[in-house]
Design a protein around this ligand. Sequence first.
Ligand SMILES: Nc1ncnc2c1ncn2[C@@H]1O[C@H](COP(=O)(O)OP(=O)(O)OP(=O)(O)O)[C@@H](O)[C@H]1O
Ligand SMILES: [Mg+2]
Length: 474
Amino acid sequence: MTTLLIRATLILAGSELLVMALLSRVELSKPLAVALDPLLMVAIAIWPLYLLMRKERRRLEKQEALDAKLHGIVDNLWNASMNTLSRDAFLAAVLRELLDTSAIPLQRKGAIFLQENGEFRLKAEVGFSEAERQSCSAIQSGRCLCGAVIESRRPVYASDVDDRRHVRTGGGRPHGHYCFPILSGNDLFGVLTLYLDPGHRRDPAEERFISSVCAIVARIVEAKRLESSLRQMQKVEALNRFAAGISHDFNNILSAIRGYCDVALRGLPGPSQAAGDIRDIISVVDRGALLTRQLKLYSRQWPEEYSVEDLNLVVKESSEMIRHLSGAGIKVSLKPYSEPLPVRCNRGQLEQVLLNLASNARDAMPGGGEFRLETSCREVGFPGKKRSMTAAVIAASDTGSGIPQELAEKIFEPFFTTKPEGAGTGLGLAMAHSIISQHGGEITVSSSQTGTRFDIYLPLRGGSEEPEVLEKDL
Ligand SMILES: Nc1ncnc2c1ncn2[C@@H]1O[C@H](COP(=O)(O)OP(=O)(O)OP(=O)(O)O)[C@@H](O)[C@H]1O
Ligand SMILES: [Mg+2]
């Protein structure tokens, strides 16, 4: 408003000067000049004043339209977040809502990328061709306009396609961009990119509007993330109590059955049909005992023997065990890090995690393939964790069938299995997750049709984050 008043005053003052200059050139009687002066001044000032007022009215109308749209979006997004929409369906709804904003000259095209396992992956898009979906499936810091947002954590604007754009798929219409960070506090959750009509001039009102939408999206994505980890924790806790309750009694029953089987076997004179049947019972009982072992591990009844071990050695010894279990069609390869990787761990539990990963890999490669174990050392940060940590990393990858994206979110849930009844309990990865969390670490998965990779991060002894969490959690 102040700017408007200053501009109006300047226009009036300018007009007055112009009138005075005009009148001084024309010989007029004084009374006529006094009468003409205000009339001329108003006539000269009125056109720029009219233009100024019109511009201001348009600005206010646009602001009103954007505010109304923002209210609508908040309402719709809030409803969408309350119902059972998955996170990605919710993001697609956000994009559609935004692209319906007539107050900004947007093309019907845009995308949302979210951070996942340290990468910014395409999660929702509108108007992308197959080639664009492929080339923009993930964005890297510093590359393209969206990459510039990751680097600077600030909005990036382009009125036309310029040299900052690295991905060129060809065939697209000329356009400009608004690329915005999706931030919650200091955490960069993702990036939103919108396609503008070419030559559009950046507008602070539009930028405020898009920033507000991004802030809402960040809050809702964060809430969804917390909600799902809370659900997961509740399930894990319920299962822990259940497992703790039954594993002990169940093991006693199995030991008794096995004992009676041994006695019965000893009582039989030699090889017979009955002896074969009893051996079958023993092997089923042994499988039951293995399951009880898993339950004990899961419910944290396992002896808490922690020691500092070189992760290279733990992985090397496990790989030998895995080679025996995997069968002839599967090549097990190992690439240890060049230096020792001291971590504080329960060796038995870590071996169990690697066995679980290897047994899943074996099941995913019925026609054979490769299971690779690689260790390394990295500085990593995870969303929701305040500090980054220096981690000893185990990457366990296979060349199997992969995990469809819609299932990847569920695989760490207890009892989630895609295996036929009786073939899988769905506890392998839940247990792996529970054990790695108890060690103060993280486990992540990435998968495609050509295989799956699990990354296990454990705090490196002497690294930036000592595993005090471990003692607290146990
Ligand atoms: N390497 C992998 N390749 C393909 N799918 C996998 C892989 N690892 C896990 N999965 C999927 O994740 C699901 C859950 O795995 P998890 O180990 O928790 O249970 P499970 O293997 O089904 O049963 P259990 O391990 O208790 O015998 C599997 O059923 C499978 O669909
Ligand atoms: Mg399994």
